[in-house]
Structure formats: C-alpha cells, structure tokens
Design a protein around this ligand. Structure first.
Ligand code: PNS
Length: 159
C-alpha cells in the first residue's frame, strides 16, 4: 500500500490545504493528514479543534484520515510505514524553506512530493485567514463553511 502524509499546523485548515489533500488522495492509496502538536507555538485553535475541522473537511475522502504527531516527522513516517510526504507549493517564497526541509527529510529517509497549489488559492495561508477574520473580513469561499463558522465564533463580529 502506498501511503503518504500531509503534515502541518492547519490553524485552521483552508481550501488550499484541502485541495492538496484531495490531490494526494488521488495519487496514493492512503493519506494521513498529520497535525503537529507544538507546545511552544501559540495557536488560535486547539489541537482537537484543528483535527475536528480537518475530519469534517475530508469526510467524503474515504482514503484520508487525520492524526497528530510530535517530534520529527520522519519518525512518525517510519512508525506508521509511510513512505512519502506531500506538500503544496504556493509560490517561490515557499521554495527555499520547503526545499531545505525536503532535502533534510530525504536524508533522514523519507522523500517529499510537491504539488503546485491551485492558482485560485496561491495567496492563501492560515495566518492571512486569521488576520482577515479577526478584523471582520469575509473569508467564506477560502475556508469550508464549518471553519468559517468557527472563525466567526472565535472572533465574533471582529473589527
Ligand atoms: O503548517 P506548518 O507549520 O508550515 O508545517 C510545518 C511542519 C509541521 C510540516 C514542519 O514544521 C515539521 O515537519 N515539523 C516537525 C519537526 C520536524 O520533523 N522537523 C524537521 C524538518 S526537516
């Protein structure tokens, strides 16, 4: 079975992430969306909230499951017999850091496969979504309805 992982913080998951999950799911037998548990990084949503939002987003993708990990991603891959990391590349600005991580992860034993982000979502990031939502901007159309509802509930009317 060809297994892949899509790792990240997903605070929160966006339609850009979802597009990458779907495309990975078309290429691999099984895809795990692995949410990083990082106690030093401040997140808007708790780990459980982030995982629940992703579960709801991928509920129609039968070969995609959601998990959490901490420590080195390659260790998670080895423990779960996952042979590939799949990540989206939005723009040249992503490239240097992603290349560095991919090369290090390859050296540690797991290759990374990049998919070019759908241009519709190439400007999207969880950070910019939070920034817009915080001040009451409309992010519907960029995140799933349940994620939009969670943002509205978190920030209220914003402004
Ligand atoms: O959504 P993010 O925060 O950009 O995701 C970054 C992530 C989780 C993919 C990356 O930080 C990671 O893999 N962290 C786990 C620790 C690790 O393996 N570090 C070595 C990378 S070469």
């Amino acid at each position: 079975m060809r297994k892949a992982v899509c790792p990240g913080s997903f605070d929160p998951v966006t339609l850009g992430h979802l597009d990458v999950f779907k495309r990975a799911a078309n290429q691999f037998d099984h895809v795990t969306v692995a949410v990083l548990l990082n106690s030093t990084k401040q997140s808007l949503f708790s780990l459980e909230q982030r995982m629940d939002m992703i579960r709801e987003s991928v509920k129609d993708l039968p070969n995609v499951t959601v998990d959490t990990f901490h420590g080195l991603l390659v260790n998670y891959c080895v423990d779960n017999e996952i042979g590939a990391i799949v990540k989206g590349l939005r723009a040249v600005s992503d490239f240097d850091y992603e290349l560095q991580m991919a090369q290090m992860n390859s050296r540690l034993g797991v290759d990374t496969f990049f998919v070019a982000t759908n241009p519709e979502f190439s400007f999207l990031s969880s950070s910019i979504i939070k920034e817009i939502a915080k001040y009451g901007g409309d992010v519907s159309g960029l995140v799933s309805p349940h994620v939009n509802a969670a943002l509205v509930s978190e920030f209220g009317a914003g402004k």
